[in-house]
Design a protein around this ligand. Structure first.
Ligand code: CDP
Length: 222
């Protein structure tokens, strides 16, 4: 039987770090839906499309082909965009792109397809509420904005992405605002999700907590 686990939550809450580790331990496929919105944004920015212009951004939907490959590799129309999609110029624009319904519909279709044939752990903003409403396990992972900003800042430093802590905190807060106020599939906890506050937990502690939640939920379902 294929299991689906949805992890949603605000920006830089550590969802992908944890989801990747849990996927490895449990043998599930990890699907980073945020990388898809980032790749679409990268396409617009590198093709002179104004991400705040919905019509122009949506007009290219059939031209943007995104592939998630093993080892976190992301391709956009065959180009390896794994690194550039994490850069601040993409982060600053991705929430506009993610607010357009026609773009979401196209990417969600792909996400649902990927979850069909294998056990998955998928992270994003609307996985438990919209993409996989029947997911076996739904987790809403949070941490304070300050904690999240520090985490993303340190992650960026490690990856060699230039930024300041102030810029990151402003970006995180701005994205959370846009993501939770959009009309279509906004960021919000699913009614049947488990809230997991990671503000004072290490990565390994969050991984253990997520595995405990998964085991408990799957047992309840038996
Ligand atoms: O890793 P981080 O928390 O910074 O964000 P991400 O998961 O890479 O997602 C980047 C952006 O994509 C978010 O701020 C949302 O605007 C959008 N997103 C979304 O709308 N729905 C999803 N399922 C995943 C991401």
């Amino acid at each position: 039987m294929n299991i689906s686990v949805a992890i949603d939550g605000p920006a830089a809450a550590g969802k992908s770090t944890v989801a990747k580790k849990v996927a490895k331990i449990l043998g599930y496929t990890y699907i980073d839906t945020g990388a898809m919105y980032r790749a679409y944004t990268w396409y617009c920015l590198t093709n002179g499309i104004d991400c705040q212009n919905e019509q122009a951004s949506v007009a290219v939907v059939d031209r943007v082909k995104i592939q998630l490959l093993p080892n976190d590799i992301v391709l956009c129309n065959g180009i390896d965009v794994t690194k550039p999609i994490r850069e601040p110029f993409v982060s600053a624009n991705v929430s506009y792109i993610a607010s357009y319904k026609d773009i979401r519909l196209a990417l969600v279709e792909q996400q649902r397809e990927m979850a069909k044939s294998t056990s998955v752990i998928m992270d994003g903003r609307d996985i438990g509420t919209y993409v996989l409403p029947n997911a076996d396990v739904k987790i809403f992972q949070i941490a304070s904005p300050e904690t999240r900003a520090v985490r993303r800042y340190e992650e960026n430093l490690q990856k060699g992405i230039e930024c300041t802590l102030e810029e990151i905190e402003a970006d995180v807060r701005k994205r959370d605002y846009i993501d939770s106020h959009r009309d279509f599939a906004p960021l919000k906890p699913a009614a049947d999700s488990v809230l997991l506050d990671t503000s004072f937990l290490s990565v390994d502690e969050v991984v253990d907590a997520v595995i405990d939640i998964i085991n408990r939920k799957l047992k309840e379902k038996q």
